[in-house]
Ligand binder design. Structure first.
Ligand SMILES: Cc1cc2nc3c(=O)[nH]c(=O)nc-3n(C[C@H](O)[C@H](O)[C@H](O)COP(=O)(O)O)c2cc1C
Length: 224
């Protein structure tokens, strides 16, 4: 075992007393009768609650991919919801883009700590159509559009200066209309499983899992 005695003991270090930090979750419960039968519609309601609560980046999710057996996670922003899934945008040549390719297995987690809520999902990410990626790219401010050209996401670069120079070059090259880079676009996470978690008192949390079967979803309660 590693000798950890040299480092700070984070279990008992003043205001960082992690072992004794404890919140009792009393905000809400999950009333199964009120849950929507479609988990994507239920997801929409919980995002709406996070927006209404004015949480920072209420649409942020942590997306996990697997590449050659190595799991990797990172945060992205949900930018749309379709009847069958949730969209995010990225660089197709990034680490996650390479792991997913045109379609690949994915898992994602939304957490809203202030609401004591989490949604997790497992499914497949598919590239959205070029038309859908174009439509979202058009909505981005010009600087964000240029950023998508300037950044070879997840590739090593020598310095920040390299990025600034590339940004300036693309700024010069394009006029008012910046086209979408061919290596940049959306993925739709199409879940086959979604779980809604709500913190409850005494660690007896609510967990409701939806499973997809053909055109319908079944719903069960899991022990916390
Ligand atoms: C709050 C937040 C939002 C982010 N949103 C995105 C996003 O929508 N798309 C994206 O490609 N990266 C986004 N990132 C950056 C990613 O977390 C990540 O660093 C980047 O996509 C490279 O990931 P990869 O090397 O695993 O492909 C965001 C990061 C944070 C912290």
């Amino acid at each position: 075992m590693d000798d950890v005695s040299d480092g700070p003991d984070l279990r008992h270090s003043g205001s960082m007393d992690l072992a004794r930090m404890r919140l009792d979750y009393t905000e809400h419960g999950i009333d199964e009768a009120e849950l929507h039968e479609d988990p994507l519609e239920q997801w929409r309601r919980w995002v709406r609650d996070a927006v209404d609560a004015e949480l920072t980046e209420p649409n942020a999710m942590v997306v996990a991919t697997v590449d050659d057996g190595v799991p990797r996670t990172r945060t992205v922003l949900a930018k749309g919801v379709a009847p069958d899934g949730i969209d995010f945008y990225t660089n197709y040549t990034s680490q996650k883009g390479k792991a997913l390719g045109k379609r690949g297995p994915v898992s994602a987690t939304f957490v809203w700590l202030a609401l004591q809520r989490q949604i997790t999902m497992v499914g497949t990410a598919h590239r959205v159509s070029d038309a859908e990626s174009d439509a979202y790219f058009e909505l981005r401010p010009r600087e964000a559009q240029l950023g998508a050209w300037a950044s070879e996401q997840s590739h090593e670069i020598e310095s920040r200066e390299v990025l600034n120079v590339r940004f300036a070059e693309f700024d010069q090259r394009f006029g008012d209309r910046v086209p979408r880079p061919p290596h940049w676009g959306g993925y739709r996470i199409i879940p086959d499983e979604m779980e809604f978690w709500q913190g409850r008192p005494n660690r007896l949390h609510d967990r409701i899992r939806y499973l997809h079967h053909g055109d319908t979803w079944s719903r069960t309660r899991l022990s916390p």
